[in-house]
Design a protein around this ligand. Structure first.
Ligand code: IMP
Length: 172
């Protein structure tokens, strides 16, 4: 695998877009308390920058999920952790690095939805709709990208490259 040195999305472009998303969220939620549910590990960097741009009072929770790539069914999603307390009656914003097939997000949204939040929305840095199989559409998306494997700004390849400030394509 080879990291393409020229970024697909530069660090500056990411920060500009994150500021826009923060402004949109500030407009949408006003002073309504917001519970941000950050999907680890990939959502870490995005959430840290994004949530500092949101004017509403924010509570931060973390969730983790793992996907097993199956043979024909396309894999099973295991939710490894949920927020410490149920998000019942909270205004919840799930913050994710990328929505690819959408399977992981769908499972997490369903699990959080079972807890009866007052509202439930999704903010993803990257949206890769070409590979979508689950019914997921982020209310807030940073960038829509083509079907490529990308790393940086939270996204990894075998655990590495999350700390890159820009998003880069990895080629076989
Ligand atoms: P899903 O296919 O939407 O369920 O995505 C599952 C997870 O795969 C995402 O949360 C990411 O952690 C990871 N993933 C999907 N596409 C990429 C990519 O292009 N680079 C790095 N990780 C990815």
């Amino acid at each position: 695998m080879r990291l393409v040195e020229e970024p697909l999305i530069s660090a500056a472009a990411i920060q500009t877009r994150v500021a826009e998303l923060g402004a949109a969220l500030s407009d949408a939620y006003g002073q309504t308390p917001l519970t941000a549910v950050v999907v680890l590990k990939g959502g870490l960097f995005f959430a840290a920058d994004l949530l500092r741009r949101v004017r509403a009072p924010v509570t931060v929770e973390f969730v983790r999920a793992r996907s097993y790539r199956g043979t024909e069914s396309g894999g099973h999603i295991e939710v490894l952790s949920l927020p410490d307390a149920p998000v019942t009656d909270a205004h919840v914003l799930v913050v994710e690095d990328i929505v690819d097939t959408g399977r992981t997000t769908r499972v997490l949204l369903d699990r959080l939805g079972e807890q009866r939040p007052a509202s439930l929305a999704l903010c993803a840095l990257l949206d890769k709709p070409a590979r979508r199989v689950a019914d997921v559409a982020p209310e807030y998306a940073g960038f829509t990208i083509d079907d490529a494997f990308v790393v940086g700004y939270g996204l990894d390849l075998d655990g590495s490259y999350r700390n890159l400030p820009a998003v880069h394509v990895v080629q076989p």
